[in-house]
Design a protein around this ligand. Structure first.
Ligand SMILES: [Cu+2]
Length: 411
């Protein structure tokens, strides 16, 4: 699923404004953590080696997507080059999950009851790829306030391994068994998932800049306040690719803004969007481990604090695949990491954000025989893009707007 030309309708001017030229999952790196014979080589590039599109199968109506979804066909290719059509490959639906878009209440004064809330209704585009044992569900969710949420969910079946033991008490003390037992005689091998997204941001036009807004602690407050420390924002425009390789750090936080340096709000601020990472994970393999050499585009995910990290690199449009063009043969000589080493200038250029979303997966009994879905996501959120809250004019829900469903016993 490729999102092309994502635009947002500016409620104030009625103008469709560009946010992203193109966005898609470029590579999925899945290294397994077993060094033994028959297992050491199991580290997959699910997009480059198998194909997320090629491995996508039809969605199951009423279960993969809501009743009222609209389904899109996919066009695939037989080995001899003939095309064929598969229905129900992508579903698009409006989502009302009972969440709040904005609200405010004040205590009643002089009989005036100020109590306002607006419902959050979004549009979701969803595709699922079944890459061998695993299922990846990709959701692109578009909010009315301009926020885009990209969510990856994992389900399907674990890649498992046999063992003579039925429970951990049977394992002799001289046998090391760090791989979790998920059922009798079945081991779930520990592994990671790294999904690298290609996000060609075009905020109001193709030429954008990347700005790192670092929050720094100021401690020397001159003794004029009981306070000992505050946070201040320090803004740094990235000049070249090296300036834009970022690792997330809980105790040295930054915001990551993509701005249009030629278009300004009425307050004189450049229009922008920011990347908002959520729960993620980083690769801990050695940099010269063969699988990690091939996936060096995840190297900048070394976690400094806990599980949080980020990689951002900027590349030319001719370089859409993070793992390189010939992934099966790759030893890491043609990846996003190599291209970014050219350290090209990126200020006020057509830049691409590459964001890697990661999961460590330590299997447990509930993951067997089919895993309950696990999700994580990141957001692209407007910053000084609109003149004020763009959804003030959204209508509230009324009784007549929603279906009324009662439990059968209450009827
Ligand atoms: Cu997993």
């Amino acid at each position: 699923m490729v999102i092309s030309k994502a635009m947002v309708l500016d409620s104030e001017t009625g103008e469709f404004r560009s946010v992203m030229y193109k966005g898609f999952a470029s590579e999925v790196f899945v290294p397994y953590m077993d060094y033994r014979q028959n297992w050491y080589f199991k580290s997959f590039m699910d997009a480059g080696e198998f194909g997320l599109g090629a491995m996508a199968l039809a969605l199951v109506p009423l279960n993969d997507c809501p009743r009222y979804s609209y389904y899109l066909d996919g066009v695939f290719v037989y080995a001899d080059g003939r095309p064929y059509i598969q229905p129900n490959m992508i579903c698009i639906f409006e989502k009302y999950a009972g969440d709040i878009d904005w609200r405010h209440s004040e205590p009643p004064v002089n009989g005036f009851d100020h109590n306002q809330a607006r419902p959050r209704i979004t549009v979701v585009a969803r595709m699922a790829a079944s890459v061998g044992n695993y299922d990846y569900i990709f959701d692109w969710e578009f909010q009315m306030d301009g926020l885009i949420r990209v969510q990856v969910s994992l389900s399907g079946m674990l890649m498992v391994k046999g063992t003579p033991y039925e429970n951990p008490n049977q394992v002799p003390s001289n046998v090391e068994m760090s791989t979790p037992l998920v059922s009798e005689n079945v081991l779930g091998v520990v592994h990671d998932h790294f999904i690298t997204f290609h996000l060609d941001m075009d905020i109001d036009s193709s030429n954008n800049s990347f700005v790192n807004i670092n929050l720094v602690k100021e401690e020397n407050l001159g003794g004029q306040s009981p306070r000992k420390s505050i946070l201040k924002a320090k803004r740094q425009v990235a000049k070249n690719e090296e300036d834009a390789r970022i690792k997330l750090k809980l105790y040295d936080p930054s915001e990551f803004h993509f701005i249009n340096p030629s278009r300004f709000s009425r307050l004189g601020k450049p229009t922008g969007y920011k990347l908002v990472p959520r729960a993620t994970a980083a690769s801990l393999l050695d940099l010269d481990d063969p699988p990690q050499l091939r996936a060096a585009f995840t190297n900048n995910q070394v976690p400094v604090i806990g599980l949080f990290s980020i990689q951002m690199l900027f590349c030319n449009r001719s370089e859409p695949w993070a793992g390189g063009f010939l992934v099966y043969q790759s030893k890491g000589e043609d990846t996003l990491a190599v291209w970014s080493d050219r350290n090209r200038p990126i200020e006020n250029k057509d830049i691409v954000l590459w964001y890697t979303l990661g999961f460590h997966h330590l299997p447990c009994q509930e993951d067997f025989p089919v895993m309950p879905t696990v999700s994580s996501s990141f957001d692209l959120k407007p910053v000084n893009f609109f003149e004020s809250n763009p959804i003030l004019g959204v209508m509230p829900n009324f009784e007549k707007d929603l279906p009324i469903c009662w439990a059968s016993t209450s009827q």
